[in-house]
Design a protein around this ligand. Sequence first.
Ligand code: FMN
Length: 500
Amino acid sequence: MTNVSFLMDVLSVLAYLFIFALGLLVLAVIVLYVIDVSQTRHAIRRNYPVIGRFRYWFEEMGTFFRQYFFAMDREEMPFNRAERSWVYRAAKNLKNTVAFGSTRDLRTPGSVLFVNCSYPTLGEDAAPVSAVTIGPDCQHPYTAPSLFNISGMSYGALSRPAVRALSKGAAMAGCWMNTGEGGLSPYHLEGGADLVYQIGTAKYGVRDEQGKLCDRRLKAVAAHDQVKMFEIKLSQGAKPGKGGILPGAKVTEEVARIRGIAAGQDSISPNRHPDINSEDDLLDMIERIRRVTGKPVGIKLVVGHIGWMEKLCAAIERRGMASAPDFITVDSADGGTGAAPMSLIDYMGLPLRESLTQVVDVLSAHGLRQRIRVIASGKLITPAEVAWALCAGADFAVSARGFMFALGCIQALQCDKDTCPTGITTHNKKLQRGLVPEDKAERVKNYVENMQHEVGVIAHACGVAEPRQLNRSHARIVTGPGVSIPLEQFTPTNSNIQRA
Ligand SMILES: Cc1cc2nc3c(=O)[nH]c(=O)nc-3n(C[C@H](O)[C@H](O)[C@H](O)COP(=O)(O)O)c2cc1C
């Protein structure tokens, strides 16, 4: 009896609560209605009060619904599910085979096809990936063991645990990690990986009080044995001609110390190096950094007009081979970024598919192909993309977003907010908790190893002993439904590039 009356009491309390909640809801709808009809900024809310608000919510949530429920395997941008899945599985060291047949449309112009050999390389004839030396004439040349490496992403754009995981994973895999333009943090060093120190337009980490390059600080960075090379960033694929502003709130004591700027104040990166106005200025800067550090120095750029490369090569010929950059990183117009205007992301510069072969050809034409190593960058996250870059003439491939996927990135497209759900590009400690560096370092290592293994599989199917023997005769480009042409015809000069 008492149980029944207790139950009745609970039910009546719940009923009151329900009526109260319903009343609150009606009240909220009336308030929102009045707000919506009386505001003047949003036409949809004024014309369709309350209900019009769902539009904004659906627009926000649509990104997730599409990714999980509606988008086909090959549909999404910048990376589709098939590509991302390959990286996720490689990083977790899971079986990475697919069943039934290809879901890739082989008729789309620009698609790559590899030229298989009737007598593929036998297992016993396969050779390991050869190491390549960069800057052989430097005081401290760098012999890079891995053909697949981590592209520049600064500490600041990336969270602390993300940098930790990458540096540890890179050391385990034997690949290099580029610091990005935000300076050298203790987290880059702690994993023990080989590092490429990037010098951006603000010269963070190697600048004096006026923002000019400081030899003393440069020497101090070069004194770290782990720092193997220096890269002058002229431009980045996603945002050529764009500098940046780091708001004072983000310039913590630590960031200020690492970058060599004042804490708590806005920091502005110029949209180019103010002290590099010509090819000669650039070569002077390269020579200076090489002299001060004793280490190989290269440049990173996205190609706009290939005529500039011609001018650079002519200047090198005039000044002598020794003046050349030790490497050139060719970035793609469709490369990634922490944040950039859509006009630059979508429209500025040449995609790697077009620029890489052009750069290699210009270097070859000037007899500089063996002197200057070529690093390809931009959407090279799967073995086929990396193998294509090798066929086109690159010595190395680097990836930024591929390694973000290896760290667990779900392509939420929120790198410019502080809300990255996987803790990779946020400084929110709660979100960073999900990214455990030790666990993710293992994934970074697996990703590099599986990538190199499967690029090898492609190379062997093409009949060569190792990936760096791939050349333009091993790839074809689809030009229309059912029609493809050899890669060497696609860019007619120098079909077989000698690497060493
Ligand atoms: C979060 C993030 C931060 C980046 N920071 C830098 C940077 O500091 N310096 C730089 O040269 N490029 C930076 N990049 C660009 C990459 O190094 C690379 O050039 C570009 O993303 C190539 O495309 P990928 O992501 O497909 O490899 C960044 C990219 C991302 C996604």
